[in-house]
Design a protein around this ligand. Structure first.
Ligand code: ATP
Ligand code: MG
Length: 442
């Protein structure tokens, strides 16, 4: 077990003051799996006020004192220390009405969600694993601690946490737990949208997202009802060899594991059923579906209270996800001028993910999008002229011909577009000459 030195010191200090102390939860799980934990949670038999006393020489913040948590600023890092507790009743399926402190580590572990999260470790006391978490990590299983139905009715967020851990860790959800997930899925309506959004984001960025989206499509449809019509939807199209929802799940997994791109792929075709038309040959067409999908995505992400910047980026990617890709340098330069380098690459990644989830003969198109990214990178490395600011002429130069006015801005925009069209070079002399022509032409 790899524990940072300062965490070991904190455990030691609590033990030397007569209390028990362990690291617990995600950091133990990740350690056993050989992953780098991102934070270390400590659990102790000391009451919050006793913890404060043990660390009276440090700054202590009473973060969640009611729930037994204090944050200690120890040697430059902040560490959460929580008193062993059992949760009281849950009247709202979300937060325990009150928590009770206990002296027994087993009781504390029993309130935790899954066996893989119910392991504690201390250098002095070794591993405490009363619910078989080590075994489930070895075999790759997400299993509720205790009775799954009870655990999900206490806190419905656990339903999504099960899916999230399954996707991120690549673990299967054990049958009893999976059945209880399905039985309780509608309780997800009780969970705050922010918490749903946060778990869904992590689920989408997991390595096994396709399996989880596919196996639990009914649960996904509870949090995003707009996806319901895509489930089982036959696209009647030569480009597709799977249903609309299966195509979606494949496209999500094929995209880089980044929230904006994964959300974009989740929703990129959600507008298809509403845009369907049938050709003479019986093939379905979905004209305008990118725009329609972007509109629905806007609604979905507003409902989920996603941050504005993410929502805007996702909708923009969706709007451009199936525009034709032209590999001429001039066209790509214009696209970069219009959308910016990052966004252009987003569109290309969306193209690649989309095409890799279609029928086999579409696969060569992935290469086209890849080449477009390579050309964009080339252009980017050449200190290109992509915005008015990059022009080798300024408003000051223009003042030789005209008074400062909105017209000046228009002239600069026209110069930029001619540079992008490769009609003139981005050189001061040529630009001044052309500016004079434009001014004199009206
Ligand atoms: P990560 O930090 O990677 O998200 P984690 O397992 O540490 O994973 P946290 O949300 O940080 O997850 O929670 C820490 C621990 O607290 C969990 O490992 C689990 O033991 C417990 N826990 C967290 N949320 C719940 C919950 N809703 N119900 C029951 N136990 C929970
Ligand atoms: Mg954690």
């Amino acid at each position: 077990m790899q524990i940072p030195y300062h965490i070991e010191e904190i455990l030691e200090r609590l033990e030397n003051s007569g209390y028990e102390a362990y690291i617990v939860g995600g950091c133990v799980r990740d350690n056993i799996m050989g992953l780098a934990p991102h934070d270390f949670d400590i659990t102790t038999s000391a009451l919050p006020c006793q913890t404060e006393q043990v660390f009276s020489d440090c700054r202590v913040i009473e973060t969640g004192i009611k729930h037994g948590t204090v944050t200690v600023l120890y040697k430059g890092t902040s560490v959460e220390i929580t008193t062993y507790r059992v949760d009281g009743t849950y009247s709202d399926s979300r937060r325990p009405d009150k928590v009770t402190f206990t002296k027994n580590i087993r009781d504390d572990l029993s309130r935790r969600d899954f066996t893989v999260n119910g392991i504690a470790y201390s250098p002095r006391r070794g591993i405490t694993d009363p619910f078989g978490g080590m075994r489930d990590i070895k075999t790759g299983i997400i299993r509720c601690i205790g009775n799954a139905d009870e655990r999900f009715s206490e806190d419905a967020l656990r339903i999504l946490r099960a899916l999230r851990f399954s996707s991120v860790l690549g673990f299967e959800i054990e049958e009893n737990t999976a059945n209880a997930v399905r039985r309780h899925k509608n309780d997800l309506d009780l969970v705050s949208r922010e918490r749903v959004f946060s778990e869904l984001t992590r689920l989408l960025c997991g390595k096994d997202v396709r399996r989880v989206l596919t196996d639990f499509s009914d649960v996904i449809a509870v949090i995003i009802p707009q996806l319901e019509t895509t489930i089982g939807y036959d696209q009647h199209s030569k480009y597709h060899n799977s249903t609309l929802y299966e195509h979606t799940a494949r496209a999500v997994e094929a995209a880089p594991a980044e929230p904006a791109l994964r959300f974009a792929m989740l929703l990129h075709d959600v507008g298809k059923p509403a845009c369907r038309s049938v050709g003479e040959d019986g093939e379905f067409h979905f004209y305008g579906h990118a725009e329609e999908s972007a509109k629905i995505a806007e609604e979905v992400l507003r409902e989920l209270k996603a941050p504005n910047t993410l929502r805007e980026r996702v909708c923009d990617i969706i709007r451009h996800h199936d525009a034709p890709v032209d590999l001429s340098k001039k066209t790509i330069r214009k696209a970069l001028s219009r959308h910016g380098f990052e966004r252009f690459c987003d569109y290309m990644y969306a193209h690649m993910a989309d095409d890799s989830a279609k029928a086999g003969f579409c696969l060569p198109r992935i290469e086209t999008a890849r080449q477009a990214v390579a050309i964009a990178e080339e252009i980017n490395a050449e200190t290109p002229c992509l915005t008015v600011k990059d022009l080798k002429i300024s408003g000051r130069d223009l003042m030789e011909f005209i008074e400062p006015s909105p017209r000046m801005g228009k002239i600069l925009s026209q110069l930029l577009s001619e540079v992008l069209e490769e009609k003139i070079a981005n050189e001061k002399k040529a630009l001044i000459k052309r500016a004079a022509e434009i001014v004199n032409s009206v």
